[in-house]
Every structure is written in structure tokens, then in C-alpha cells.
Design a protein around this ligand. Structure first.
Ligand SMILES: [Zn+2]
Length: 382
């Protein structure tokens, strides 16, 4: 009897295995269409739990049944994802919390240093549209006129492009740091006030990041899917770190904010991409690294603790200055040629190690036409 039951279950699991294999070898019927609700703008890829693997009981023979073809399961492209697992073993320690990689690691020719800003983002291969698109600052608009990261991501998703966001904590700025320092005298009180402020933004911050992190791109043929967004650290308060003083509370609050962002990022990535080994890029506000040696030492210690690596000195659109879609277009075209761009310096100048374009989330509505027209679409064949 026991053997019969065991044999029955063995048969069941074999059927489950065969069923699970089935979608991969059954070509989708081009006549059949997938129903998408008009309000659903997200990807229609199923989550991995969805496909049923339990064998269905023997059904009564029925008239021909309409079978809705399932889109292929989402498998991120290895060359278009900010995942640690993509890196060669020797570079993984760069993003591993708690690893001291030293100032220049063991080789002065190595371009990856904690604080040295280089135009290199080794987890992002140059995409088919020719430049890595990065967007700095607030994910959630500060004022009614500003754009939001979700607008950027949805627009880029439509043309199958991808956005890298460097985020601040929503609704706070360097002004809040000054206010806390004025209002509270002791370091303990300042730390507590800072944490209270940051915690009050935690829910909206994580909710926004999770929405961005679950977005996926799927081309019309169902191939080459990849995540639409990655999010990295741009400090909580967007403080200028250039003039920060060692052992100051102003520096302490800055580091507290950087740590807070990493905590929130960990939580958001863990919720949306379980098992994902994320990379941890950092961009200094205004591209200003600290000047003083003692401050650098403190910041490097924190970066080692958190596994952060600075990205900067990029192709720079300076769209905050010009707010022009034409200049945004020109800057992206320059980036594609590994050139930097700044209208103040007469446009195209110098060179970049990797084509990394820098824009700002808040000006998206003013520059989007320029950025989108510099992204080739399949239809246009560019
Ligand atoms: Zn910024």
C-alpha cells in the first residue's frame, strides 16, 4: 500500500515536472492576444510563483478550449542589471559592506576607489541607446512644478530604456540640517532629531523605491527583458560635502543620512528582488567630494562599512542651469561619444571613460523630449 502511494506521488511529481516544462516548448499562438487592462501600465510578466505546477485532475473532454498564452518568465539580462553577481569575483568586494578596500586597493592603476570619482560604472554595460542614463536628486517631487522619478521611469520604459536614480530622502534638504543644528545643542539631541525626521519619510521613500524597483522592460517580441530602474545613494539631505569639518555634528548628520538611505535601499531591494545582490553606488551632491583629509578618512570608513563606491565626474548635462530639451539632447549625443558636455564651457568638452549621462529627476518634464529623441527605437531603426 505504502509503495502504491509512493509510486502515485512519484507519478504526480513527474507530471508536475512535465507541466512546468511545457510552456517553454510550446510556441505562443500569434492569433491569441494577451488581455491587458487599460489602467495597467506595468509589465505583464508573471511572478515566479504564479505558474501552476500541480497536475490537474483528469478533466472531462471538452470543446476546444481557449488558452491564453503566458508571456515568458522574467529573466533579467545579465548585461543590463545592477547586480553584484554580475561582477568578476575580484570586484565584488567593492560593494560588500564591511570590506576595507583601501584608498586605491592594492594597485594604484586600479580606477576604483571609494571616494575618487570616475566616469566608470562597472555594473552597467553601455546599452543599445549608447549611454547610461542617470538621474540625480529627489524621487518624489519637492514642489508641484517638479517631475517625479516615476514619470522618468515610465517614459523610459515605453522606449525600452533604463534609468539609474541617485536618490535623496524625499522632502528634506540641507536646510533641515541647519535647522536641527540651530534648534538643538547636544550631539545626542541633534542625532535624535535627525533620525526622527528621516524616519518620518521612511514609508513614502520605501514605497516609491519599491514601485520603481519592480518595473520591468519587455520588448515587443518578449525578449531581452530587464529591470527599468536601479536606485543608489545621493545623501539624505543633498549637503555639499566639500567644506564639511572633521568631528562636526554637521558631518555626523550627513553620515547618518547616508546610512539611512542604505537601510531603506536594502529594505526596498529585499522586498522587490529577493536574493538580489545589489551594487552600492554613491554620487556626491554637486559632485563635491570632501576636501579635508580627516573628513575623507571618516567618509571612507563609512563607505567601507556600507560597501559604497563613488561615481562622479560624469558627462554632465547641467540641465539644472539650462532647462532646455535641446541641450539635453546635445549632452546625451555627446555622452554617446564618451564626451562631456556643459553649456558653460561651450558644450562638448573633454572626455569620459564610459558614456554616462547625468540628468536631474526634477527637470524631466522640461528635458524629456530631448532625452527621448536621442534614444533610438526599434521602429525608427536608429
Ligand atoms: Zn544632486
Amino acid at each position: 500500500m505504502t509503495q502504491t502511494i509512493a509510486a502515485y506521488f512519484a507519478l504526480l511529481s513527474m507530471m508536475a515536472f512535465l507541466n512546468a516544462q511545457e510552456p517553454a516548448i510550446t510556441p505562443p499562438d500569434p492569433e491569441l492576444t494577451i488581455e491587458v487592462s487599460p489602467t495597467d501600465t506595468s509589465s505583464d510578466s508573471p511572478s515566479p510563483e504564479e505558474p501552476k505546477t500541480t497536475p490537474a485532475p483528469v478533466a472531462e473532454p471538452q470543446s476546444p478550449e481557449v488558452i491564453t498564452p503566458q508571456p515568458p518568465p522574467f529573466v533579467p539580462q545579465p548585461h543590463l542589471q545592477g547586480e553584484l553577481g554580475y561582477l568578476p569575483e575580484k570586484d565584488r568586494q567593492l560593494f560588500t559592506p564591511g570590506v576595507d578596500v583601501g584608498y586605491v586597493r592594492d594597485n594604484p592603476a586600479n580606477p576604483h576607489r571609494r571616494l575618487v570619482q570616475r566616469t566608470i560604472m562597472l555594473t552597467e554595460e553601455t546599452p543599445r541607446w549608447g549611454a547610461i542614463l542617470t538621474f540625480d536628486d529627489q524621487l518624489v517631487p519637492f514642489t508641484r512644478e517638479e517631475s517625479a522619478a516615476l514619470s522618468v521611469a515610465k517614459d523610459l520604459q515605453k522606449v525600452n530604456a533604463r534609468a539609474i536614480f541617485f536618490a535623496n530622502v524625499p522632502g528634506v534638504s540641507a536646510h533641515d540640517v541647519r535647522r536641527i543644528l540651530r534648534k538643538h545643542q547636544s550631539t545626542a539631541a541633534r542625532t535624535a532629531a535627525c533620525q526622527e525626521l528621516l524616519d518620518s519619510k521612511r514609508d513614502i521613500f520605501i514605497e516609491t523605491m519599491r514601485e520603481l524597483l519592480r518595473m520591468k522592460n519587455t520588448s515587443s517580441d518578449g525578449l531581452n527583458p530587464f529591470y527599468t530602474c536601479e536606485i543608489y545613494n545621493h545623501t539624505a539631505f543633498h549637503q555639499d560635502m566639500k567644506a564639511l569639518k572633521a568631528n562636526s555634528d554637521r558631518l555626523a548628520l550627513c553620515l547618518q543620512g547616508i546610512t539611512f538611505i542604505e537601510e531603506c535601499l536594502d529594505e526596498a531591494y529585499k522586498a522587490e528582488r529577493p536574493g538580489w545582490q545589489r551594487t552600492r553606488w554613491f554620487r556626491f551632491p554637486f559632485l563635491h567630494a570632501p576636501k579635508k583629509k580627516e573628513v575623507k578618512t571618516e567618509v571612507i570608513a563609512l563607505f567601507n562599512k556600507l560597501g559604497l563606491l563613488a561615481l562622479g565626474e560624469t558627462q554632465d548635462s547641467k540641465d539644472v542651469l539650462n532647462l532646455s530639451w535641446k541641450k539635453a539632447y546635445q549632452s546625451l549625443e555627446a555622452a554617446k561619444k564618451n564626451k562631456r558636455y556643459n553649456p558653460k564651457f561651450g558644450g562638448v568638452y573633454s572626455s569620459a571613460e564610459q558614456p554616462v549621462a547625468l540628468f536631474h529627476t526634477k527637470t524631466w518634464s522640461k528635458i524629456r523630449q530631448g532625452v527621448l529623441s536621442a534614444i533610438p527605437t526599434k521602429e525608427s531603426g536608429r
